[in-house]
Design a protein around this ligand. Structure first.
Ligand code: UGA
Length: 442
């Protein structure tokens, strides 16, 4: 069944969702208040780096099933409206800023016609604190025939298309899961091709659906900080964290994923969702129960500081020393520099007086905005020229594949900090490098 679908907020999540829904055969319109973003997408250009997305976008546009607008009036007759708006960290606190979501709901409510036949479904996909859906429902459901569901999104940057079209599970939040609810059948119709491929869908209360999402991200952050805390123990005792992590991960109950020690997590989601979870728990009077998440955040910050300490151990005074930072994005296959550990470390090294150069295959624009254009160099070879120290902070394939002998000829002094544990220290030492890795003894 082809449905008329709108996606409000076509940032990362919304744009991928809109193109994916068109791929499933629906008739989709994406809306954003930013005309430049709308124009780029309408012209088939992805405003961010995401493997596979641009092809999907172009296929959708060519099929006539996908278009973009800035005008809410054009959405009025859709059957299902997805909300893909961002919920950034508040400017003056840890909580989530819901203002984009609230203003979108108000703009949508103003154009929705009261339907007495088929229901209109509004489906939230943004990451929100528990309690948000119920309060938004109270506003939007005042329009006759409108129903709200919460359907959190679990996509990872770099795998966004794959995660949207073949998710691990679909979570549907409804006001009361014990009551038969026709909104479930409507969302099932949207996702029919996924459900036919045996994707499991779980129906639960609004608050549970909201909590699945924030606790998933808090758990992932905790898992990373856990291994990074062990990495500190390894540095202190002479153990190698990659040995510990490998053996730990072979226990099925623990698993290998998100157990890579290094400079820690960043990005637009894990850090802010962890803090929003803390703020929300405080508001509900259970802050103490999740107090350990403050430590998770602190361990993550400590790893960044550790890189600067290591650099000082290797170079002595950092003032005026040429340091090349490999990587600016918060992770490989992304041009996203939000809360990027690599850029944060680069900024700390700059502050300590070092002459820092940063390079990245995709995130140079973001790096230049944060550090200044004079700090950014395109191309690995040019960036490495004349370095006293190289610091690998985002594990792009091309950095993992660097050859120690060839790289040595490019730099002034063969010194390396591997902030992601992706280089073989023995191989680099044999080629004459002094190399330090996070979580491995010198
Ligand atoms: C994360 C979640 O993984 C998604 O499930 C979720 O949907 C998304 O946030 C969101 O809320 O929108 P993403 O931010 O794309 O996805 O990035 P991740 O792949 O989770 O990586 C986060 C950070 O952890 C990166 O900086 C990465 O380098 C770091 N990381 C990851 C480690 O330091 N060690 C690991 O073992 C794994």
């Amino acid at each position: 069944m082809t449905l008329k679908i709108s996606v409000i907020g076509i940032g990362y999540l919304g744009a991928v969702h809109a193109a994916s829904m068109a791929e499933l055969g629906h008739d989709v319109i994406g809306l954003d208040v930013d005309p430049a973003r709308v124009a780029a997408l309408q012209a088939g250009r992805a405003p961010f780096h995401e493997p596979g997305f641009e092809e999907l976008l172009r296929r959708g546009l060519a099929s006539g099933r996908l278009r973009f607008t800035t005008d809410y009036e054009e959405l009025a007759h859709a059957d299902v409206h997805f909300l893909g708006l961002g919920t950034p960290q508040q400017a003056d606190g840890f909580g989530a800023d819901l203002s984009h979501l609230r203003s979108a709901i108000a703009s949508l409510a103003a154009v929705l016609p009261a339907r007495d036949g088929a229901a209109t479904l509004v489906v939230g996909k943004s990451t929100v604190p528990a309690g948000t859906s119920r309060s938004l429902a109270a506003t939007i459901e005042q329009v006759a025939g409108v129903r709200l569901m919460w359907n959190p999104e679990f996509l990872r940057e770099g795998f966004a298309v794959q995660d949207t079209l073949t998710p691990d599970r679909l979570v549907y939040g409804v006001p009361d899961p014990d009551v038969e609810d026709d909104r479930v059948a409507l969302l099932d119709a949207v996702y029919a091709p996924l459900l036919e491929h045996r994707v499991t869908r779980l129906v639960m209360g609004y608050e549970a659906a909201e909590l699945v999402k924030v606790s998933a991200n808090a758990f992932l952050a905790t898992k990373i900080s856990f291994i990074n805390a062990v990495a500190e123990m390894c540095e202190a005792t002479g153990a190698d964290v990659t040995d510990v992590s490998r053996a730990l991960g072979m226990d099925d109950r623990i698993g290998h994923k998100f157990l890579r020690a290094g400079v820690g997590y960043g990005g637009g989601c894990l850090p802010k969702d962890l803090r929003a979870f803390l703020a929300s728990a405080e508001e509900h009077g259970v802050g103490e129960a999740v107090g350990f998440l403050h430590e998770v955040d602190a361990v993550n910050q400590r790893r960044r500081a550790r890189v600067v300490t290591l650099a000082a151990e290797m170079l002595g005074d950092l003032a005026g020393r040429r340091i090349t930072v490999l990587g600016a994005a918060f992770k490989p296959d992304s041009d996203d520099v939000r809360d990027s550990p690599a850029l944060d470390v680069a900024a700390r090294l700059l502050e300590a007086g070092a002459d820092v150069r940063v390079t990245d295959p995709e995130a140079l624009a973001g790096a230049a905005r944060r550090l200044g254009p004079e700090r950014v160099v395109a191309g690995t070879e040019d960036a490495l020229a004349g370095a006293d120290l190289v610091v690998l902070l985002t594990e792009w394939r091309e950095y993992r594949d660097l050859d120690p002998a060839t790289t040595r000829r490019l730099v002034d002094m063969p010194r390396m900090i591997d902030g992601r544990n992706v280089l073989d220290p023995r191989q680099w030492r044999e080629a004459g490098w002094e190399i330090r890795s996070l979580g491995r003894a010198a």
